[in-house]
Design a protein around this ligand. Structure first.
Ligand SMILES: Nc1ncnc2c1ncn2[C@@H]1O[C@H](COP(=O)(O)OP(=O)(O)OP(=O)(O)O)[C@@H](O)[C@H]1O
Length: 617
């Protein structure tokens, strides 16, 4: 919030503050392609001098014609050839510079995208679920990744413009030095006004950012397949489009006001500039009329006046663009320089070895930035060759337990021991290598079937035998066999020749991905939600076999499966309220029994149809 108000207070200090990222920009530019960067800077300076060179060559030629008319043609020819060479050289420089700039822009953009993605893979889940960090990532990604090039290009604009401006001014200095002062004075005054407008635009852009993201999101919803079905069925298209239009119409209105102000100011200063220029041209003609200067010099001076005027405008618009881009650059580097969270990434040498026991000891947890405990004093132990079922109402903390065990969140209070060692002391990557998890919101990779399974264990990515063995465990084998390119079949509908799987088949793919891992612990969070009863029963049979001499943990709301687990842990509002096997828990007649009975009644169609009939009557 403070950060935001900093932007809203628009003053020179804040504007200057945004320049603090320039060293980072230059490091980034240098890192991207240092040789090309140097070449571009050199060519920019050179092309800044070229207009003046052309001007001097034209002046020479015209003066040569005037002086040597009907006398020596070779003087005229020499002056002409000089002009040809200078013009040609100027064209070549422009072309080579354009070529390098284009390439450099692509390389730089690639470098920035890689840096953003590299940063993102080093963040923690905690960061991704933190609106502020996510915001920074989104801003860096959507708005800021091309800005460094724009700043660079504007700096080049200023550099080239200043060189041309000064060299053209130098031509005029030899005639009347104070003419240069007049030509400088007007742009200087106008730049003060333009900086003020620039500050205002900063502010407008900043305030606009959240609305801009919303409009981006609406655009995303309307143009991707993710929300297509609901948008059609609930007939949301028009409603969402209207929302999008409303936000963007506001932007257009704001832009109109801004542009109006800018256009009026531009007009005023251009008129003043033009008037001053015309007066100076009149003076040049007056001097020529009195024979003080030659025709070539008349042309050269007039051209110099026009160059100084046009380049002063160019320099101003480049400075203006630098101001605007600086704000976004700040967002990019704020994201790239986000400090990585410590505890999860501390790499220790300690490896768990084969996991024989997992012990949760007095674990309590609150999500960062929230007050309420989602887990309270949770303690239980799982041993090798055991399967535990975690049950409880929605939001009771089951998935949170898995996130803590897999070190997706740092522990808050209490500890988790793997083979007697605290997970805080264990190497995160080694620990995760030994755990195979299927989350409720598993990923449907729009890639090949091979990748969808092989991502569970990259070392088997090209081992079709292993991948198919894992597919067999989840009942995918026959489906893959029938696919056009078997394991190499592209899945989903985003890319060419995509083969769309059903919801249950996607779930089986996610299970196969977890099963291909040579894990010691397999965790399934709602693994059967999309499976038909037969597939569910087969999958659990395989799961029981797979976890032989290993540890299995599954979260499920389906009591027909849960009842087969030897140990069942019942969570309620983050606390373990019951534990035991099915028979014990039914006998205890607590939460488990009541949840089980509700479901059993639904299966037996005792209560539900009666109510249904009552409503019909
Ligand atoms: N990233 C988060 N930030 C803040 N609160 C969260 C976050 N994720 C989950 N919660 C909260 O933590 C509580 C437990 O969530 P959890 O996902 O562990 O429940 P669950 O038992 O797995 O539920 P379900 O059966 O619906 O999957 C919920 O109240 C939820 O609102």
């Amino acid at each position: 919030m403070k950060e935001q108000s900093d932007y809203q207070t628009v003053n020179m200090k804040n504007i200057i503050h945004t320049f603090k990222y320039w060293p980072c920009i230059f490091r980034l530019l240098w890192k991207s392609d240092s040789k090309r960067l140097m070449a571009i800077i050199f060519l920019t300076v050179l092309s800044g001098i070229m207009p003046m060179m052309t001007l001097i060559a034209s002046q020479n030629l015209i003066n040569a014609v005037v002086i040597h008319m009907n006398q020596k043609f070779d003087y005229i020819l020499r002056a002409f050839l000089f002009l040809v060479v200078v013009s040609l050289f100027s064209e070549v420089i422009q072309a080579v510079r354009g070529h390098h700039e284009m390439l450099f822009r692509n390389i730089l953009q690639h470098q920035i995208n890689v840096s953003i993605m590299d940063k993102a893979i080093h963040l923690q889940l905690e960061d991704f679920e933190n609106a502020e960090v996510y915001d920074k990532l989104q801003r860096a990604q959507n708005e800021a990744n091309y800005r460094p090039y724009q700043v660079f290009s504007s700096i080049l604009g200023v550099l080239g413009g200043v060189v041309t401006f000064l060299s053209a001014a130098a031509v005029l200095l030899s005639w009347r030095w104070w003419v240069v002062c007049i030509l400088l004075f007007i742009p200087l005054i106008s730049s003060i006004y333009f900086v003020k407008i620039g500050q205002h635009e900063f502010w407008i852009q900043w305030v606009r950012a959240p609305r801009y993201r919303k409009s981006w999101y609406l655009n995303f919803l309307l143009t991707r397949d993710t929300a297509f079905k609901e948008i059609k069925l609930f007939n949301l298209g028009k409603h969402l489009l209207e929302k999008y239009k409303k936000i963007n119409t506001e932007f257009i209105q704001e832009d109109k006001r801004l542009l109006k102000r800018r256009t009026i100011l531009t007009l005023v200063f251009q008129t003043l500039n033009q008037f001053a220029g015309d007066m100076i041209v009149l003076m040049i003609l007056w001097s020529a009329f009195h024979g003080e200067i030659l025709v070539g010099s008349v042309v050269a001076y007039i051209r110099a006046v026009s160059l100084t005027q046009s380049h002063s405008q160019g320099i101003l618009s480049s400075i203006f663009s630098i101001y605007q881009n600086n704000l976004y650059i700040k967002q990019l580097f704020e994201f790239l320089e986000l400090p990585l969270r410590k505890p999860l990434d501390v790499e220790t040498e300690k490896t768990p070895g084969k996991i024989h026991t997992i012990e949760f000891r007095n674990v309590s947890f609150r999500y960062p930035g929230t007050e309420d405990y989602v887990l309270k004093n949770v303690s239980f132990t799982i041993h090798e060759n055991e399967i535990i079922a975690l049950v409880g109402k929605n939001g009771s903390g089951k998935t949170t337990l898995v996130k803590l065990l897999t070190k997706l969140y740092p522990l808050d209070e209490g500890d988790i021991f793997i083979n007697g060692i605290s997970i805080n002391e264990l190497n995160t990557y080694e620990l995760r290598e030994r755990i195979g998890v299927v989350f409720q919101d598993f990923v449907r990779y729009e890639l090949t079937m091979k990748e969808n399974i092989g991502f569970g264990n990259l070392k088997y990515l090209d081992n079709n035998e292993k991948l198919m063995a894992s597919a067999e465990l989840t009942g995918l084998f026959d489906i893959i066999e029938k696919m056009p390119k078997k394991l190499d079949t592209q899945l989903g509908k985003w890319f060419e020749e995509g083969y769309q799987l059903s919801g249950g088949q996607w779930q089986k793919t996610a299970l196969a991905r977890a099963f291909v891992r040579d894990a010691d612990v397999y965790i399934l969070d709602e693994p059967s939600a999309a499976l038909d009863p037969l597939a569910e029963s087969e999958m659990f049979q395989k799961f029981f076999e797979l976890t032989n001499q290993k540890i299995g943990l599954f979260i499920s709301h389906r009591f027909c499966t849960v009842k087969h687990a030897k140990k069942i842990i019942v969570l309620d509002k983050g606390q373990i309220v019951e534990r035991g096997n099915h028979e014990e828990l039914i006998k205890a007649n607590g939460l488990y029994a009541s949840l089980y009975n509700v479901q059993a009644r639904l299966w037996k169609e005792i209560d539900f149809p009666m109510q249904y009939h009552k409503r019909e009557a």
